[in-house]
Design a protein. Structure first.
Length: 158
């Protein structure tokens, strides 16, 4: 019996660690700059149906002007949900204090000097007001009139 107690303790510790590891995955909309909104209040993450990333400002960029006026994202291809309904999508920004800003509806834009991460790049722009300087901004995509959590892209700092 003396040997059983240490074994049971070890088993309990291993089970606890496995349980913690299983809970630590996080939601699909949390990026290096954090999660936008409370994902527990939404039915699912908004799904653009393709790969999307920030094009301007670039992911992780620092010192971005607070009056940039728009956020540009680049998506992979045009046979997807985002392309078919881009006018009903917006960017949403959240700063490191929890303040959120919703940009205007997406519009297709040319961006020849932008990044080209995919074989078929499509660029979308969303207008935004001036941003507070000295903040980290999480950027996400959200579909208007839907009950979904923003699709996280990454962030930048002003």
């Amino acid at each position: 019996m003396a040997r059983t107690v240490p074994f049971l303790r070890l088993l309990a510790v291993v089970a606890s660690l496995l349980g913690l590891a299983a809970c630590g995955g996080g939601s699909t909309n949390s990026g290096p700059f954090g999660t936008i909104g409370n994902p527990n209040t939404f039915s699912a993450v908004c799904d653009p149906g393709t790969q999307v990333q920030l094009a301007s400002p670039t992911p992780g960029q620092t010192g971005v002007s607070s009056n940039i006026g728009s956020i540009i994202v680049v998506a992979n291809g045009n046979a997807n949900t985002l392309y078919n309904s881009y006018q009903s999508w917006n960017v949403i920004l959240q700063d490191n204090f929890g303040n959120t800003i919703t940009g205007g509806p997406l519009s297709l834009v040319p961006f020849n000097s932008g990044p080209h991460p995919y074989g078929s790049d499509f660029y979308y722009s969303s207008s935004i007001p001036s941003l507070a300087p000295g903040r980290n901004w999480n950027v996400g995509l959200v579909q208007s009139f839907s009950n979904c959590s923003p699709y996280s892209l990454f962030g930048f700092s002003t």
